[in-house]
Design a protein around this ligand. Structure first.
Ligand code: NDP
Length: 302
């Protein structure tokens, strides 16, 4: 029952047909007839109890925080890993990191006529960037930034090897990752372990004037601590795509803060043609008794 269902009907039908599945795609149904739910987190389905023959829930978003703790869900839950979603995120992250690295705002806003300050930005090799979260999205963003020459560090829960990236993990690794972060990119999921990770102490560890790009999730950041660090000038700018409450309430200080850029949760989107192939492959796998792709670890919460 995905959001913008119409864009899925044709590609999902094609993908299911190509996967050899005998299917009946519906948006109107009696719960007891349903085998698989293609799920968007803003879907009307919150109580899975009436879905007595349900085999699996296939989430079309990468983030699963709105469903993973649902106690009525007793069947496997998968998340979305989609090449369209990944490419979109790489473009968003690269664009915003380059904006901050090059100091583009000054020239977009415009110099005073006659002003000619020749402040050259450093080369990327002299700019330290940290990506928190080295999963499907974070790892590709980190390697892309490293490919542009940036000095990139990354951080994850378990040890990782990502080409061209200095990888840290666990509590001990976080300090080094933050100290490195002249530009910090947040691509962590929203779980009990990651909420308020970027608090006053974490912000304090970052270099003076550091910039933040958050397309991960709003609760990763302690908003009051970030506003205080922005006001004090310790953090130079924050580009925020995700918030605790969305849409971001009109009275929120982020809207008017001179050093905050708000984007309305548009960093990236699951693309129906490529995502449909992933959904169909998972239906095929479940029917064939094979392991599902991109299964959510419901204990870890992502
Ligand atoms: P993944 O699950 O593939 O990766 C998550 C990464 O975070 C992994 O590297 C994981 O570590 C790490 N991580 C999780 N918990 C911790 C922790 N407690 N400490 C340290 N590291 C941790 O997710 P994706 O890369 O696919 O997506 C990341 C997030 O991006 C999504 O959860 C979603 O919130 C957000 N998103 C936002 C979009 C937007 O438009 N704004 C679009 C799509 C996604 P490990 O590798 O060890 O498991």
């Amino acid at each position: 029952l995905p959001q913008r269902w119409d864009s899925y009907r044709e590609p999902l039908s094609t993908a299911l047909r190509e996967a050899g599945i005998d299917f009946d795609l519906r948006t109107e149904f009696a719960p007891a007839e349903v085998d698989y739910i293609v799920y968007a987190p803003n879907s009307a389905v919150q109580d899975f109890t009436p879905y007595t023959r349900l085999k699996a829930v296939l989430n079309i978003w990468a983030g699963v925080e709105k469903i993973t703790g649902n106690p009525t869900l007793k069947v496997p839950l998968t998340r979305m890993v989609d090449e369209g979603l990944t490419r979109g995120m790489v473009e968003y992250v690269t664009g915003h990191v380059l904006r901050h690295h090059l100091g583009m705002d000054k020239h977009i806003r415009g110099l005073a006529p006659g002003d000619w300050p020749q402040d050259f930005p450093p080369l990327a090799q002299d700019r330290r960037v940290t990506v928190l979260g080295l999963g499907e999205l974070g790892a590709v963003c980190a390697t892309t930034l490293a490919g542009l020459g940036f000095d990139v560090a990354g951080w994850s829960r378990s040890p990782k090897t990502v080409e061209g990236v200095s990888c840290h993990h666990g509590d001990a690794g976080l300090k080094a990752a933050l100290t490195h972060a002249e530009i910090l990119v947040l691509l962590l999921p929203d779980t009990p372990a990651t909420q308020n990770l970027i608090d006053a102490e974490a912000l304090e560890r970052m270099p003076m004037g550091a910039m933040i790009v958050n397309p991960g999730r709003g609760p990763l950041i302690d908003d009051e601590a970030l506003l205080a660090a922005l006001d004090a000038g310790h953090i130079g700018h924050a580009t925020l795509d995700v918030f605790r409450v969305e849409p971001l309430p009109a009275e929120h200080r982020y809207w008017t803060h001179p050093h905050v850029t708000v984007t309305p949760h548009i960093a990236s989107e699951t693309r129906a043609p490529s995502a449909s192939r992933v959904l169909a492959e998972n239906v095929r796998r479940f029917e064939a008794g094979e392991p599902l792709l991109h299964l959510v670890d419901r204990t870890a919460g992502y």
